[in-house]
Design a protein around this ligand. Structure first.
Ligand code: GCO
Length: 388
């Protein structure tokens, strides 16, 4: 028998979701409008998995699988539907979600901003408005005051670097801009907003770690592309890794590797790719966790990792390899506090609609019935044993 690979005591084992991808009918957000009008989204999010109503069903599954934590996001577009007007009813809804986590022994990890903006923010310039850090700070202060006593871990902005690169360089996510100066400026606004949000959350009740979650990748430079790679990685990762020094933790999110040619990133790959078209590369977890810990010098939580796979056995193979790499980090003394598989449910994968299956739980989109896949049971066993 092979050796048992045990994780530290109190290791957080969870699965992650995001409001817009699962709640449904997030009609006041920039993404909803983007889905209706841009022609760049495969299908609209619609009802999503109706987790706005069915969150207890979701949480029952998380508990029954044997996980001890759940990461989800709260929706700014619902909490502050118009400038300065905060919805008490929405905040009370999220208090019920948090209470339902605690009732099931699940540590709630709450993300405040996961890709979407209220339409009023987008209309006023979004991440290019000089007000953005103020608005996000005020939102975080309100959320901290209303929910802080129930939050287990707080995440300010999810993948600020992806919002920047997809929205302001590749022009695919809202506001569909492609401009390198604006791209660099938005990254800067993200870091400033993060600081304001940390302060906002910390001004309220509760004693919980607060950090941001960064999309990371295993960067690989082809011949002659080392300089290019370093330039891309500087904006995408290194400036953030410097900026989060002194934070309570950093959330590392990774899925694959990024191959950089002298002309830029290579997006079409031969060989073993996931349904997303990325290289099948679970080794990215070990690589990015080591790099993040060494550079940022803060505790690490892997806040997202997973694979789009119609074939669930591929998911198990991917996650197994990823977790073995994570365990090598732990064994070498890196302070890793938890791991969150993306995602609990097959859900709305942004521009690609519902075709991509990242979930360990399948959702029938006409009945909303949830059915755990074999990977869910496999992952739950690891969590229950706290070991591979
Ligand atoms: C992210 C995105 C998720 C995606 C996932 C799969 O944080 O990267 O938050 O929303 O669904 O990454 O592509």
């Amino acid at each position: 028998m092979s050796e048992r690979l045990t994780f530290p005591d109190n290791f957080l084992w969870g699965t992650a979701t995001a409001a817009h991808q699962i709640e449904g009918n997030n009609t006041n957000s920039d993404w909803w409008r983007h889905e209706q009008t841009s022609g760049r989204v495969a299908e609209p999010s619609g009802d999503a998995t109706d987790s706005w109503h069915l969150y207890e069903v979701d949480l029952d599954i998380v508990q029954q699988l044997g996980l001890n934590s759940y990461r989800f996001s709260i929706e700014w577009a619902r909490i502050e539907p118009a400038e300065g007007q905060f919805s008490t009813a929405t905040l009370m809804h999220y208090r019920r979600v948090l209470t339902a986590c605690h009732a099931r022994g699940l540590v709630p990890v709450v993300t405040l901003h996961h890709f979407t903006l209220p339409q009023w923010v987008a209309d006023a310039g979004g991440f290019e408005s000089p007000q953005i850090a103020y608005w996000l700070g005020r939102y975080a202060t309100t959320v901290g005051a209303a929910l802080g006593d129930l939050i287990g871990v707080g995440c300010t902005i999810n993948e600020p670097n992806i919002v920047s690169v997809m929205g302001y360089r590749h022009g695919i996510f809202p506001p569909m801009v492609s401009d390198s100066a604006r791209y660099v400026a938005v990254h800067e606004a993200m870091r400033e907003s993060h600081r304001a949000m940390v302060e906002g959350l910390k001004s309220g009740p509760g004693e919980y770690p607060v950090g941001l979650t960064l999309s990371m990748s295993e960067y690989v430079a082809l011949d002659g592309a080392e300089e290019k790679m370093r330039k891309i990685r500087l904006e995408m990762e290194d400036k953030y890794l410097d900026a989060v020094r002194g934070d309570d933790f950093l959330g590392v999110q990774c899925y694959s590797k990024s191959v950089i040619a002298p002309k830029g990133e290579v997006f079409h790959h031969d060989g073993d790719v996931t349904d997303m078209g990325y290289p099948f590369w679970p080794q990215c977890v070990e690589h990015t966790v080591r790099r993040a810990a060494a550079t940022a010098q803060v505790p690490i939580i892997v806040t997202e990792n997973g694979i789009a796979a119609t074939d669930d056995t591929r998911r198990i193979a991917y996650l197994d390899e990823a977790l073995r790499g994570l365990h090598r980090c732990v064994r070498d003394g890196i302070d890793v506090r938890g791991y969150y598989q993306w995602s609990l449910l097959d859900n709305f994968e942004w521009s690609l609609g519902y075709a991509m299956q990242f979930g360990i739980v399948e959702v029938d989109r006409s009945t909303f019935v949830r059915t755990p896949k074999p990977s869910a049971l496999w992952y739950g066993e690891i969590a229950k044993n706290n070991a591979l």
